[in-house]
Design a protein around this ligand. Structure first.
Ligand SMILES: NC(=O)c1ccc[n+]([C@@H]2O[C@H](COP(=O)([O-])OP(=O)(O)OC[C@H]3O[C@@H](n4cnc5c(N)ncnc54)[C@H](O)[C@@H]3O)[C@@H](O)[C@H]2O)c1
Length: 365
């Protein structure tokens, strides 16, 4: 019997999310070799080289994506670089896992999806919070009909980031949007997953602090959307970096509630192994434990009882990418999912600018 082929992966961008998610996630996947690294900052590249022992390194991504010993590329760079790096990797026939938000606008995101499909490579958007066990179980309950007809989708992401500097995240040219792409993109993806496509929306944004650290900030600290879904359900989505006193990361509020004709469910990222749920006409919400079979993706090599579960669920993302490559199946979520969220983000920015409702076109994604 022939040995299983080793999948060789390169990472472009060796900053925060690579150290936190991508490296440990890949390390858990059997028969995967981290073969090359790229960062435009030589100091970050050297740190990652020392940490991983990978010797094929470059500050120029075009050299990395062209290598014969690279089958797949993970892109974890500032948002404005996602599209050019992904297109270069796809041109060389590499599978691509790209961080969210997928691009700076819908046209670029759709072009990335189309290029990947035309080349026949695997493509994945890093909507990491889909891998929270409670979200995977919630999707299962919705798909089996426990919600009934969806009435309302509600999400609230509240963090306390104060006035500190955010580097490229406070620069429109580099990030495209602020809180919208950074945090709300995940919750727009949840809405698509649980309720379906958006028909029209109205949005508002607010930049409270035009200076963060000692640098100009030209992006929003707060965003809110009022949405109507194609299925008729309504949506209210809010996200803020200025919910003072609420802390940040998964220690702060990441709340989703859906109400339907059969009942309601509440998801909170910090409560990874339980939901709150209630049946129509019932006495109120009660705790629904997430069954152990949902604590990780089926087939994931991770031991769901090892490590901090609010960190380790993220590693299933790398496994999903690698398993899709190995089995020549579509990644979930893929670039189409990333483009779909981008289409909503574009509409939200247009609405905030014009102060008008914006219709989303009959879905092209
Ligand atoms: N999925 C998630 O939950 C999640 C969480 C955090 C960040 N992200 C996304 O990941 C991406 C990176 O975020 P981060 O927090 O790691 O940022 P970061 O600033 O910590 O790291 C980005 C790295 O990319 C490097 N870089 C910049 N331009 C480059 C280029 N042209 N070629 C190669 N390297 C380049 C920088 O030097 C830096 O080391 C962003 O798109 C962000 O939205 C996603």
């Amino acid at each position: 019997m022939s040995a299983r082929k080793t999948i060789q992966v390169a990472i472009v961008g060796c900053g925060g999310i690579t150290l936190q998610n991508h490296l440990p996630g890949l390390a858990l996947c059997p028969d995967v070799k981290l073969s090359a690294l790229c960062d435009s900052d030589p100091a970050k590249l050297e740190r990652a080289r020392q940490q991983t022992g990978v010797t094929a390194v470059s500050t120029d991504y075009s050299q990395i994506v062209a290598r014969d010993d690279v089958d797949a590329v993970i892109i974890a760079t500032p948002n404005f670089t996602h599209s050019p790096i992904a297109l270069a990797a796809i041109t060389h026939g590499k599978h691509v896992l790209c961080e969210k938000p997928l691009a700076l606008n819908f046209a670029d995101a759709l072009a990335m999806a189309q290029a990947a499909e035309a080349k026949g490579v695997r493509h994945m958007t890093a909507f990491t919070y889909r891998f929270v066990p409670a979200m995977r179980y919630l999707l299962h309950l919705v798909q089996q009909g426990d919600l009934g007809q969806p009435y309302h989708y509600r999400s609230c992401r509240l963090q306390d980031w104060g006035t500190r500097g955010l580097g490229w995240r406070q620069n429109k040219r580099a990030a495209g949007s602020g809180e919208l792409g950074d945090m709300l993109s995940h919750r727009i993806d949840f809405a698509h997953l649980l309720v379906g496509p958006v028909n029209r929306l109205v949005a508002n944004t607010r930049c409270w602090h035009p200076v963060r650290g000692d640098q100009p900030n030209d992006l929003e600290d707060w965003v809110a959307l009022l949405a109507e879904f194609k299925c008729g359900a309504t949506g209210v989505l809010e996200s803020s970096k200025l919910a003072s006193g609420r802390n940040e990361s998964w220690r702060s509020l990441d709340y989703v509630e859906i109400n339907g004709s059969e009942g309601s469910f509440v998801f909170v990222t910090g409560e990874w192994n339980r939901l709150q749920g209630g049946k129509v006409g019932g006495p109120g919400l009660e705790t629904i434990p997430v069954p152990e079979e949902f604590w990780k993706c089926p087939g994931s090599p991770r031991d769901a009882r090892q490590g901090d579960p609010l960190v380790t669920f993220r590693y299933d993302q790398a496994w999903e990418f690698i398993d899709a490559i190995r089995n020549q199946r579509a990644c979930v979520p893929d670039f189409r999912d990333g483009a779909r969220a981008q289409e909503v983000m574009d509409a939200a920015l247009r609405s905030a600018q014009t102060q008008q409702w914006v219709d989303l076109p009959a879905s092209v994604v």
